[in-house]
Design a protein around this ligand. Structure first.
Ligand SMILES: NC(=O)c1ccc[n+]([C@@H]2O[C@H](COP(=O)([O-])OP(=O)(O)OC[C@H]3O[C@@H](n4cnc5c(N)ncnc54)[C@H](OP(=O)(O)O)[C@@H]3O)[C@@H](O)[C@H]2O)c1
Length: 257
């Protein structure tokens, strides 16, 4: 299925590897790519950003921007850089993808591991959303449409099924206290944002990518990052006021919170 333009401008956090990198790759390769793809990562100019630098060199619409999601001056610097590129336009779609895993069990978990995981998986997406809000509000206002969509203005938080309290999957096999608790908390952030920003024309939703082969997902994961991102981009394309505040997987199935 040929994809229509998802949004005029898209920003992805943690886009130097894994899911974020593949999202940027597929957005850039789509038949009608966004005018601006803000590919952000911690190490934009260094070795960790090398693959992304090479990709950006082949696609003039990819703008590589430094953004450490737990560093407020870095977030604010990214907002300024994005604003300059947008030349008076708003930002349509913010994808909070950056995240960290943690395998800590009840036996091995400590306060530092809990807090470090919460910093990246909960505080990061919230602060990034907060700082980019004026640009998202601008996009929502300028769209000249009524309904909610990713092409108008949206915040998508990449979540995980293992953070679902309703499902509470495989605790004994995969306790992962810091990771699970952080994704459950991130889900509440998504719900609160969805409720608060709906009337401003900004859609918010949580997406579970499936278990995917990345550094975090490991080689054991059953799904390739290519397949998962194809699904996610299709799902993003059909989000509307009905799915605002929803928790969906890469195939568009609803998950319990
Ligand atoms: N893979 C799966 O099976 C799976 C399943 C469910 C949900 N998810 C979620 O999907 C998202 C992406 O995961 P992934 O599998 O692609 O993981 P990954 O391969 O480990 O990549 C994580 C990305 O997040 C970035 N990151 C971490 N901390 C950051 C910070 N403070 N500021 C900016 N970027 C930061 C990393 O950048 P550096 O290179 O600088 O470290 C990297 O680009 C995460 O939110 C994860 O929880 C993944």
């Amino acid at each position: 299925m040929a994809m229509a333009t998802l949004a005029r401008s898209v920003l992805v956090t943690g886009s130097n590897r894994g899911i974020g990198l593949e999202l940027v790759r597929q957005l850039a390769a789509s038949p009608q790519p966004p005018q601006h793809i803000f590919a952000t990562c911690r190490d934009a100019t260094g070795p960790r950003g090398k693959t992304l630098q090479e990709l950006a060199a082949r696609h003039p619409n990819i703008k590589l921007i430094q953004l450490d999601t737990v560093d407020l001056p870095s977030i604010r610097g990214a907002v300024q850089a994005v604003e300059t590129h947008l030349e008076g336009q708003g930002l349509n779609l913010l994808i909070n993808n950056a995240g960290v895993g943690s395998q800590a069990t009840l036996q091995s978990v400590d306060a530092q591991e809990m807090l470090a995981t919460f910093a990246v998986n909960v505080v990061g997406p919230l602060q990034v959303a907060k700082e980019f809000l004026p640009l998202l509000e601008k996009a929502a206002k300028d769209a000249g449409t009524e309904g909610l969509s990713c092409s108008r203005a949206a915040i998508i938080n990449v979540s995980s099924k293992v953070g679902s309290i309703g499902l509470c999957l495989g605790v004994l096999e995969a306790p992962m206290y810091p990771y699970r608790a952080s994704k459950a908390a991130q889900n509440m952030v998504t719900r609160c944002l969805a409720a608060e920003l709906r009337d401003k024309g900004i859609l918010c939703a949580a997406i579970h990518p499936g278990w995917v082969k990345t550094d975090m997902g490991t080689e054991q994961a059953p799904m390739t990052v290519e397949r998962s991102m194809q699904g996610i981009l299709e799902v993003l394309g059909i989000l509307s006021q009905e799915t605002c505040g929803a928790f969906l997987d890469w195939e568009g199935n609803h998950l319990p919170w």
